[in-house]
Design a protein around this ligand. Sequence first.
Ligand code: MLT
Length: 302
Amino acid sequence: MNKIKLMNKISPVGLDLFGEQYQVGEDIDDEDGILVRSASLHDYTFNKNLKAIARAGAGVNNIPIDQCSNEGIVVFNTPGANANAVKELVLCGLLLSSRKIVEGIDWVKTLEGKDDASKLVEKGKSQFVGPELEGKKLGIIGLGAIGVHVANAAIKLGMEVYGFDPYISVNAAWGMSKWVKNAQNMETIFSECDYITLHAPSTKETKGLINKESIDMMKDGVRILNFARGDLVNSTDVLAAVKEGKIAKYVTDFASPDIINQENVIVMPHLGASTPESEDNCARMAVKEIKDYLESGNIVNS
Ligand code: MLT
């Protein structure tokens, strides 16, 4: 019987696929496999029996990859399984970065009494004005499943979309709309685009990618979205640029104490993949991967 330790809550739609040959739970010690979503395994002591870890999500920065390689532990993730969910939240982020939706909603909450209906029209309409997305340039850094989903959706909104990924061209990216333009380099994205959205993993190369130097190349009033990983952005440099008005809005799915409650910064608590559909998809894919490996030795990262 194989033993699977759960480090987070994982959708039962996936767990049901294990069947009777598996013992699955949070209190298992000598596990053959681990299923994890957001818990960090960096300080976790792996038992000698552990053969595989599957992450129900795309990023693997909560797993000590080098240690796993040294110890022969296979690591799986679920690329694409939550791409639609993240894409939808990024579209929401684009609108939040542009139209003064949050400011308007917050202001309405301050209203009281019967005079407020006229105030709504008077102040609301004139004060909370923000540009449309149609015709604006969107730069996408990272052309994996999520970047491609976002690019295709933004094309449908009438945006002029540029994609950049050091490892793959727009033409070679799977499922990419032919209307997306290939940016030759990151500088093109920085200097040309009105909106920039990050969809790259957190690696040595991408850490601090958005910093004073890259911000200086950007247009005044640029809007930046980060639904990838918090450390792709140097938050000190971003906050300084937001205060100066160089960055009109920074929208991120990664909360940290320095960026919460700042004007023109919208912070969400890592909600990108938080839909039942995406949780089911990720769980199904992660369970199939780890099961296949434990039963047949197949390494198929879906
Ligand atoms: C991901 O890496 O795909 C996300 O972090 C998934 C999640 O929210 O758990």
